[in-house]
Design a protein around this ligand. Structure first.
Ligand SMILES: [Fe+2]
Length: 131
């Protein structure tokens, strides 16, 4: 079995698990660019002790490159856990992350997100780097 067979994807506007990448389509080489990643941008994903997004990872595959690079890793650790029981805790981490990146070549940003009961989901976005 290949990892690609395990990854799920869909239209993020109708499927609440699909992570979304928000950044400019075109950037200048070497400039700092803010890239936001999130799950549930259109339809909120549950954030409970039993059902939540654990992490989102962001990668970059250069246009003429052979290998992908991990850019950022966001772990979401609080989902209402408490000694009083599930969903009685005082803290929740929402599935959102922001990274500042600099690129020197065009390529594709890739994102994966993990739901603790619905598995791993992916999405991608092309980014053009101008000299
Ligand atoms: Fe889920």
């Amino acid at each position: 079995m290949k990892f690609a067979e395990v990854m799920k994807t869909d239209d993020w506007k109708t499927e609440k698990h699909v992570p979304v990448i928000d950044c400019p389509d075109t950037v200048k080489a070497g400039e700092k660019v803010a890239v936001e990643v999130g799950v549930g941008n259109e339809i909120a994903h549950p954030n409970t002790t039993e059902h939540h997004i654990r992490w989102i990872k962001l990668y970059f595959m250069p246009e003429n490159g052979k290998f992908a690079y991990e850019l950022a890793n966001f772990d979401f650790a609080a989902h209402g856990e408490s000694v009083e029981g599930a969903n009685k805790g005082p803290a929740y981490t929402e599935p959102f992350g922001k990274a500042l990146i600099k690129l020197t070549s065009s390529g594709t940003l890739l994102v994966t997100a993990y739901c603790n009961i619905h598995g791993i989901w992916e999405n991608s976005k092309k980014i053009v780097v101008e000299a």
